[in-house]
Design a protein around this ligand. Structure first.
Ligand code: APR
Length: 257
């Protein structure tokens, strides 16, 4: 595809956005890749190319080997804690200046959208910086501030100070239900939107992956930003090819021109 064609598509997308009354954004791991946070499904450097999700990202995996799972999340936490927002996150935060309260639905468990300045972030898959009781013994979620606990890290996760059972990361694993309030907010925002920007997701994990279809069925125009094809591409009205850290600033510039 030539640059001219891409430039024309950016203009079309900007025109649509300019006339939008209710846009919504859905992001995935791709938006944080340029911040040094690996995606899951990129063939070479995606996490699931190197690690087996069934051993690391299910409740059963945790019950079978809490130390392995806890240590893997500690490794990811340390990687994410030094990451900073990239130009893609910043452009999406700038978009909120134009559309106050812009709902930004993310599957990401980092807080790079918030660091960039987005204020209405709907986290479908939790927050990796937080921990909770595996059994949510005080209600869902029973968040635990592990920085206040001391424990022998050689033994894996700390014990819940309320019930003595394991503490785990506050993220959604395969086979688990998404936080009801976040999923409800995301579904409502998708139904009400007249445009959905879908940025950096493979669109393979439901229910997040079904949101673009919900938005489209309700009449929304779908603009996808992704360097590759995804499961969303076939329903996208405009596809902008490239990394979000490059494409999003171009789109914002076109919007302001
Ligand atoms: N800019 C935009 N998109 C990018 C970039 C980039 N710089 N680099 C890669 N991508 C795209 C890839 O082409 C791919 O379509 O980002 C997408 C990443 O896909 P996944 O790794 O599957 O990430 P995501 O869609 O967020 O995964 C959904 O799967 O394992 C679970 O819970 C995990 O939230 C995650 C969910």
């Amino acid at each position: 595809m030539s640059d001219d064609t891409q430039a024309a598509r950016i203009q079309q997308a900007a025109e649509r956005l300019r006339n939008s009354r209710k846009p919504v954004v859905l992001t995935g791991a791709g938006v944080s890749k340029e911040s040094g946070v690996p995606t899951f499904r990129d063939a070479v450097d995606g996490l699931w190319a190197q690690y087996d999700p069934s051993q690391l990202a299910t409740p059963t995996a945790f019950m079978n080997n809490p130390k392995l799972v806890w240590d893997w999340y500690e490794y990811r936490r340390s990687m994410i804690s030094v990451a900073r927002p990239n130009l893609g996150h910043r452009a999406l935060a700038d978009l909120e200046q134009r559309f106050p309260h812009l709902p930004l639905i993310t599957q990401n468990v980092d807080d790079l959208h918030e660091q960039a300045g987005s204020t209405n972030v709907i986290h479908l898959h939790g927050n990796i910086a937080q921990s909770k009781c595996f059994f949510n013994c005080q209600g869902d979620p029973t968040l635990i501030d592990v920085s206040t606990l001391t424990w022998d890290k050689e033994n894996g996760p700390p014990a819940c100070p309320h019930c003595g059972r394991w503490v785990r990361p506050n993220v959604v694993w395969f086979g688990e239900i998404l936080p009801a309030d976040q999923l409800q907010a995301a579904t409502i925002a998708s139904r009400q939107a007249d445009i959905m920007l879908v940025v950096g997701t493979s669109g393979l994990v439901t229910p997040a992956a079904s949101l673009p279809g919900i938005a489209r069925s309700a009449g929304a125009f779908i603009i996808e930003i992704n360097p590759d094809y995804s499961a969303i591409t076939r329903i996208a009205d405009i596809k902008l090819d490239g990394p979000s850290g490059e494409v999003m600033p171009h789109l914002l510039a076109a919007l302001d021109s």
